[in-house]
Design a protein around this ligand. Sequence first.
Ligand code: DGJ
Length: 694
Amino acid sequence: MAIIAQDHIYILETARTHYVLGVDENGFSRHLHWGKKCAPGDYEIPPAEDENSNHSACDAMQQEYTVFGGTMYRPSALKVTFADGCRELELDFFGASYTDDTLVLTFRDRFYPLEAALHYTVYEADDVIGRFVTLKNTGSQPVAVQAAASAEFTLPAREPYRFCNTNGAWGGENRRTDTQLDGGELVFESRKGTSGHTASPYFIAHRGAGEESGEVFGAVLAYSGNFKVQASRDLYGVTRVLLGMNDFDFRYDLAPGESLDTPPVFFARGEGFGGLSRTMHAFAVSHILPGHFAGRPLPVLYNSWEATGFDVSAQGQMRLAEIAAGLGVELFVMDDGWFGERHNDHAGLGDWTVNAQKFPNGLDELIGRVNALGMDFGIWVEPEMVNPDSDLFRAHPDWAYHYPHRRADELRNQLVLNMTRSDVQEYVFACVDRLLSAHNICYIKWDMNRPFSQTGAENLACPQSLWYRHTRAVYAIVDRLRKRHPHVQFESCASGGGRSDWGALMHFDEVWPSDNTDAVDRMQIQQGYSLFGPAKTMRAWVTDISPVGRPVSLDFRFAVAMQGALSLGGNLLNYDEAMLQTCRKYISLYKELRPLVQFGDLYRLRDARSGIAFNQYVRADKKESAAFLTAPYCGFYRKQEPLMFAGLDEETVYTFELFGKTYEKSGAYLMHAGIPVRLRGDSIFAVIHLRAAN
Ligand code: DGJ
């Protein structure tokens, strides 16, 4: 039983955690505990009393879902305006229903027709809990929702917490930050329409935790649109976090009888950041990723973008495909430039028909050749966008978000289609569906290359709901396409990692975490992504991009890219035989290690920010493991130091090779004493395959 209910107290029990909430005699939802398990009978609801005339009980209370109104002055999870202009909410408990692993607490406004149901699902064995909120208009007039967080959390104890998030950019996604919240608020958000490259839709809170030690609280929002993570610490030292859709420019008018489900949040506790990541990776693979490919290893992919840019042609792609096939590539992907008048980024988006000059014998000539070479074929699309220079825009200038008397800002010479319109949704669905129905395509790279602007949507009675409706429309189209074409893999891309969140992972099989394929920069980008993102969902290309001034070797680039879903993206036409041989060697080794990398437990043994990254992936039974060491440069001053492993079985003896020497050592020795190494010079890398000898 994952849910224990006793006298208006509900204990949600996972393998290592109790999350406890209740409802008090005044009908308030109360947060009681998030942490180690205690005796169920010990939990109780503390009384709520006004401190004095300035500090009300309501303001101090630890609630599960705080609503706007009364003497509550903290950030609120829910804010609405009723038809008569009243902006105050007074929720009262209406009822609870629960099964072995789900709990729903329903609250109703004391006067107005609004119902808020807090839903919880306990994944006991996975050590994860999911939650979301359903708002329902039970009356006959609209209710304007102005803020609706998916979850509110109260962290235990009074000491200040530190919050890990990211402060990234295009080409530099997932760059970790760690900020102490002594008082006031911390906000991590996106206002761009997608989750974006900068901050991340999650929180990781700790009080001085390390990679493998210290208690870490984490929650992730499964949503790819504008989000807001708002952490605050009050005068009593209580730290709370709201997580959900951003209330920036947001409004959603609930029609009579209509319901709105907020995007879900999934949360867990971990021993260190590594513990939290491993719990969330395993959970994402078993419960978040769309079923078909979740349990299967993702293929080695070649993508032609960095090799050819927009200059694609049947002959050129076939030449690349022939070389790629000889290397062991399993999926050949043609990127941007194959459709309409798409010769550069000024034209063509929206016209999803094959360019006849580039493909005089149609797309099937290329696909046939790729298939004959033993590879699957994949293709790039950017369906939410239109270039003003396109047949689509000439026919439907009103299909892009716009205001009649405002200029239309063009970023990358393109506009965002109004995906809240049903005719646009049908057009987008039909274009991709036609492509998939007419050709043997096994993979779609769904790109999205600019943030929103001039977000006029005349079709909507409540235009500010577009932020939410756009994201839902994209999910719905991808889901529909998947249903009709279940053998097709979908990758989420938005100028690199602009849509690489858990919302994307609920609908896509993988993400493109960054346009930056410089292996040295990638060391950090990939470790940052791995806080919540499982390795198998992270496409990682080996390309010709190498740091200026101190380039790294091709082997090094493989050692970095093999830590996700290995892919190639260089111009293979320029590779000499020695380089091709290197590619063959590592692709074949990757196929051996792939089950470990894509399904193993990840240990981040050295933080890439130190200049040395060391990551280890361990199979569940601990009999086999792959470890990757990469350091672009280590100075002469470095002395001999132990390379420490993790996650192994102490008693098991492992054999492996490292820097040309064969070792046979117990797990205990590898984890507690380590193998002495001397790291000096450029492009230091090691791909270590540990196997149980006994
Ligand atoms: C941005 C993506 O991130 C790239 O990988 C590539 O697909 C380009 N768009 C194509 O325009």
